[in-house]
Design a binder for this molecule. Structure first.
Ligand code: BG6
Length: 491
């Protein structure tokens, strides 16, 4: 039996940076989809805020265009579009100065007794100034604030940023988004682990040989090169998304799905990560940067050409062999890799089990492959459990390796909601389970900082790889040295 969708209370969502890319591509379409599904209460209103002067009507046209660009035309036919657009209004506000704030405050107050949510879809250097003025204009008292990465570029700057926000908003009203936590299959990881009796007894170093987490993108950095060059794959993907996935795979079962119960367990994983520094960096990390190559059948430029600089040493690919220093996972490597311009867009977690201790079948049946659980986050979300079975037919036993294959699209035939749809409404519901707590973000930086530092100390440029491949050959060597191999595309 499926359970009901948890309703949301009336809210006023103020989006700072409302005319920016995140708002256009993700937030406006996500809110519309929730409205289309009847999940926004009648009284819910959305106030767009940015520096540029614009009327309510102009902002609604901007939002209409965002819907046209990001939502299939078939979903935009009904009266719901107009209903959605009437929820929107706009105020021009200077994040760094006082202009527009009184007007914003009076709009929020005029909206009445609603849950006030402030979504800071802006550059992070504005988080502090915006929070300060939310405080100054009396908007923070009941308000919830949503921020998103990059939360700092190292531990020190992350602490400073968390402190700026924390001066105005207590932790229980700060929602740090990692949109990977809102992905359907990521939550399925919790369902798989904790709603089945099958896996948990095997979920440890006695039965699991290793884990692979791959988040591969086929696209390059494109128009985000400016930001990306200040970050690189380690800060952009590993410090947040990949470590969050690792936490969900490796954490102890929380006592409930309460936000702090889950986040306490994730924090313990982050704190158990074996440090990587000058001593072991070369043997457990690989960084790469793409050169010109081919993607989707066409020629594509290299990172340096896209950036327009010949000197950047920013990595567009990272592979790391991570280890957890605790009883459950001692000796089980977690191979992590992520990169731009790789051979295909695929994100998946592969849990490789240990081989059977003894074969009763003799030599004639071929190798007995170890079991594998593959959790595919995107595309084609689903779960595969690879098993050995008997090849059908007479003439003795021959074994074959096959997947029990569950594609969510085929099994449920429903649209897979975007992560932001779930996360924005979770803020309104006051549910922080899928948001990162301050100490998690800081613990992640604590592990990442020495890796970045050891790369800087080594003064070696990232290894080149051809666009459209699986990264530098050293990344393949990283895992093959251990007698294992990267598994791609659900294999
Ligand atoms: C973002 C990164 O957080 O995640 C981007 O900044 C990356 O560089 C993106 O492309 C990937 O998200 P998704 O949901 O497309 O896998």
């Amino acid at each position: 039996m499926t359970s009901r969708v948890i309703p949301v209370a009336p809210f006023t969502l103020t989006v700072f940076g409302a005319t920016g890319d995140l708002s256009r591509r993700k937030l406006i379409p996500a809110l519309f989809h929730r409205d289309l599904d009847g999940q926004l209460p009648d009284e819910a209103t959305i106030i767009g805020v940015s520096r540029r002067p614009m009327s309510d009507e102009e902002f609604r046209s901007f939002a209409r265009q965002a819907l046209n660009d990001h939502i299939p035309a078939s979903e935009l036919q009904g009266p719901e579009v107009e209903r959605f657009l009437t929820r929107l209004s706009y105020v021009a506000v200077d994040a760094d100065a006082d202009s527009g704030w009184s007007e914003l405050a009076s709009r929020v107050v005029a909206a009445g007794d609603r849950i006030p949510v402030y979504y800071l879809a802006t550059a992070p250097h504005l988080f502090g100034p915006i929070c300060d003025r939310l405080g100054k204009y009396g908007l923070a008292e009941q308000g919830r604030v949503v921020i998103e990465k990059p939360i700092g570029k190292d531990l020190k700057s992350a602490i400073a940023l968390n402190e700026q926000v924390g001066r105005i908003f207590p932790e229980e009203r700060v929602y740090r988004i990692d949109h990977y936590l809102g992905k359907e299959t990521v939550q399925n990881l919790m369902a798989l682990r904790f709603a089945n009796a099958l896996f948990e007894p095997l979920w440890n170093n006695a039965h699991i040989d290793h884990v692979q987490i791959t988040v591969a993108e086929a696209l390059g950095v494109e128009e985000r090169a400016g930001y990306y060059d200040t970050a690189g794959a380690m800060r952009d993907m590993v410090q947040n998304h990949i470590l969050q996935l690792l936490c969900l795979v490796a954490m102890e079962p929380p006592s409930s799905l309460d936000a702090d119960a889950v986040r306490d367990e994730k924090l313990k994983v982050l704190r158990a990560l074996k440090p990587i520094d000058d001593h072991n960096m070369a043997s457990v990390t690989v960084r790469g940067q793409y050169r010109a190559g081919a993607s989707a059948g066409g020629a594509v430029p290299g990172y340096l050409e896209e950036l327009g600089s010949s000197t950047s040493q920013t990595e567009t690919f990272v592979a790391v062999k991570a280890e957890l220093e605790n009883w459950r996972w001692a000796g089980v490597p977690f191979y992590l890799r992520t990169g731009k311009r790789l051979a295909s867009r695929v994100s998946e977690i592969v849990v490789g089990f240990r081989p059977v201790p003894h074969s009763v079948f003799g030599d004639t049946v071929g190798a007995i492959e170890p079991n594998r659980l593959v959790i595919r986050l995107q595309p084609d979300e689903g779960v595969k459990l690879w098993l050995m079975i008997k090849d059908p037919g007479p003439g003795g036993i021959r074994l074959t390796h096959v997947p029990l294959d569950m594609s969510f699209a085929k099994a449920f035939k429903v649209r897979n909601p975007d992560a932001y749809e779930r996360l924005i409404l979770d803020v309104v519901r006051g549910n922080q389970t899928l948001f990162m707590r301050r100490d998690e973000v800081e613990a992640a930086w604590k592990w990442v900082d020495p890796i970045l530092e050891s790369w800087r100390n080594a003064k070696e440029p990232p290894r080149p790889y051809t666009a459209g491949t699986w990264g530098p050959s050293a990344a393949i060597a990283l895992i093959e040295r251990d007698g294992r191999t990267w598994l791609e595309d659900g294999a």
